[in-house]
Design a protein around this ligand. Structure first.
Ligand code: ADP
Length: 357
């Protein structure tokens, strides 16, 4: 299987633009689920699982895709178009590469922000070989023109190109080989319905359980040649916010620490010590997560309080709090969103060692 990346994608998609200014910094934090600029893509490639059997967790997804692969192979057809949605770092790109490997085809990887001009997407489509997979990350960000080029390509393996302008414009149809579009998105609700409707399979990726993340940490440690105990791996897993990309990143930081301290095996105490130094606490919260919770408790008696008020009191950008910090706090039940505002839960009070007044 060959992995091809469009050169433009490497320039643009790795610095995923966000709508707010301070989110730029939040993406660089150790606990960001996105790829950071200090983390070259090649770094991830070496630890990506290559086969479906190495892909840990996401049992439901694997079951469905196993059936789809067997059926497509049996009919000697390409896989149906697939939309994968869920937070970053959960394994959407990895799954696309695995599908290509299982089907014995190539996978071309790109991202919607790299498909600004019609020729960006036509170039990719024309270069496809029969059965190939085209992976488009952040597919909800495709512009209208790119989307409209995709519709006949997805439905009828046809590329409709407009030649000329105004009244003399003509449409020329170019046949395409059958291919599979794998779209990935963190915001499935932002996809237009005509695009969403053209996917035969729409699957959600879930946050990983601690035992699954522990397996991922142990697998990555083995690839990196790092010795780690079961409880050491579990400690890293517990602090990884349900996200394999974070688990792998934290493991690397713990590895650095153990190397400098000249330990040959990472155990639970060492993992905890290292991650405490990096300011990642026992539940995977960092300084800003704790700031948001502490401020809500200390200044607003734990809520309910509006997002804007929390933003003003913490000095953080409201959108960044909402999109970067809150999802995990909501997921682990430390914060509730009510119609009257945000409320810090009892579990968060206990975690922070505080008593509700
Ligand atoms: P996404 O495309 O959803 O942002 P990726 O597919 O790039 O996420 O995954 C991020 C990293 O996490 C990969 O480098 C891979 O090593 C690891 N990873 C993701 N899912 C799994 C999994 N199910 N099992 C093992 N490792 C995984």
């Amino acid at each position: 299987m060959a992995i091809k990346r469009s050169s433009k994608e490497t320039q643009t998609s790795r610095k995923k633009p966000t709508t707010q200014s301070s989110a730029g910094n939040s993406e660089e934090r150790l606990l960001s689920a996105k790829v950071t600029t200090q983390e070259p893509e090649s770094n991830e490639d070496s630890i990506r699982p290559q086969k479906l059997t190495d892909y840990i967790g996401q049992k439901e997804l694997k079951k469905i895709l196993n059936i789809a692969i067997a059926a497509a192979k049996g009919r000697q057809e390409s896989l149906d178009h697939l939309l994968l949605y869920g937070p970053p770092g959960l394994g959407k790109t990895t799954m696309s590469l695995i599908l290509a490997s299982e089907m014995g085809v190539n996978c071309k990887i790109t991202a919607a922000p790299a498909l600004e001009r019609p020729r960006d997407i036509t170039g990719l489509l024309i270069g496809l070989k029969p059965g190939d997979i085209l992976f488009i990350d952040e597919i909800h960000r495709l512009n209208r023109m790119a989307e409209e080029l995709l519709y006949p390509a997805m439905e009828d393996c046809r590329l409709d190109i407009t030649i000329g302008k105004g009244q003399s414009a003509k449409i020329r149809s170019i046949p395409l080989p059958p291919f599979t579009l794998v779209g990935a998105t963190t915001k499935v609700g932002s996809l237009t319905s005509p695009l969403r409707d053209r996917f035969g399979l729409i699957q959600r990726l879930r946050f990983y359980e601690i035992d699954e993340l522990t397996l991922i940490v142990k697998r990555t440690a083995a690839i990196l040649g790092v010795a780690i105990t079961e409880t050491g791996a579990e400690e890293v897993a517990r602090r990884s916010r349900g996200t394999p990309r974070i688990a792998n990143r934290l493991l690397k930081r713990v590895r650095d620490y153990s190397q400098v301290k000249q330990f040959d095996t990472i155990d639970q105490a060492l993992a905890a010590e290292a991650l405490d130094i990096f300011n990642v606490d026992a539940r995977g919260l960092d300084w800003t997560d704790r700031l948001v919770l502490n401020t809500t408790i200390e200044q607003f008696n734990g809520g309910p309080v509006g997002l804007e008020a929390i933003a003003a009191a913490t000095g953080e950008d409201a959108k960044t709090i909402e999109e970067v910090y809150e999802p995990y706090l909501l997921q682990i039940g430390y914060l509730n969103r009510t119609h009257r505002g945000r409320v810090v839960t009892q579990a968060a009070y206990e975690h922070l060692g505080k008593t509700k007044l």
